[in-house]
Design a protein around this ligand. Sequence first.
Ligand SMILES: NC(=O)c1ccc[n+]([C@@H]2O[C@H](COP(=O)([O-])OP(=O)(O)OC[C@H]3O[C@@H](n4cnc5c(N)ncnc54)[C@H](OP(=O)(O)O)[C@@H]3O)[C@@H](O)[C@H]2O)c1
Length: 292
Amino acid sequence: MNANMVQSNTMESKICLITGATSGIGKQTALELAVMGAAVIVVGRSPEKCTRTAEEIMQQAPSANVDFLVADLSSLEQIRKLAEEFHRRFSRLDVLVNNAGALFLRRQLSVDGFEMTFATNHLNYFLLTNLLLDTLKASAPARIVNVASKSHLQSPLDFDDLQNEVDYGLRKVYGRSKFANVIFTYELAHRLADAGVTVNVLHPGLVVTNMGKNNGLVAKIFQPLYLKWRGIPVEEGARTVVYLVSSPEVEGVTGKYFYKEKAIDSDPATYVKEDWKRLWEISERMTGLADA
Ligand SMILES: NC(=O)c1ccc[n+]([C@@H]2O[C@H](COP(=O)([O-])OP(=O)(O)OC[C@H]3O[C@@H](n4cnc5c(N)ncnc54)[C@H](OP(=O)(O)O)[C@@H]3O)[C@@H](O)[C@H]2O)c1
């Protein structure tokens, strides 16, 4: 983590909540926003890692305003508790960065019985955003930034197999979850038109982080080697996230897919509007939002 960046006060007095901020792209984003003067809320699943991350940020940016909230974002109950805790402690939210994500070599289920990649990478973004949406709207102008991946390319969601029960494969299942991030963003932008809250989605590049290390010894050894060989440093990987959160250039821009600070086309299959609505409605039912 490196705070070697230009200081700017564009983010002063903004409250930014960043999930998956105990490692990789999220951690770097939290640091950079703190350096810019934002009040940063680190979200992580380990209290120890959250404390360590907050301390590291404070070391590099001594005047930073850093707080943290703890939740395992693969659990719907913990996401709800996180949102409740947020509402108890904060009254506004200027920026939500949905970034926490993972990939899983073997199919496993979340505590709620959903396939783990779908739960962690999609239902997490969907539920947390919806639970914080009223506060974001009340804090307008506000921004939501969803970290997806170019792995969504050619990985359309299979609505007949959302729980990835057929021919489970890490790349396919991860790609589908990132496809879900993209179409969730497009549907949300559509629903938020004129609400003063923008939402964009991005591919950060192939970035040297801890991604994939949860998949046993072989992954722990080879994943870092591969990423170091092909990947970009985390400072570069966080660039488009920080840009979408803070740049005046994207004020009012919404419903776009970005790479290297430029809006580009996502996979052609992500532009099917019926699928945006379909995923939204299914996700509402799965997360219990439909009953609220
Ligand atoms: N690295 C890449 O090349 C790359 C490329 C495209 C997209 N992305 C996307 O970038 C995002 C960030 O990943 P990264 O590369 O920075 O990986 P990372 O270093 O592994 O960071 C992932 C973060 O998500 C958190 N997380 C994972 N599962 C969680 C859960 N169940 N509950 C709460 N937090 C959880 C991790 O917490 P712990 O610290 O506790 O593990 C960590 O803070 C992901 O959405 C990923 O899909 C990454």
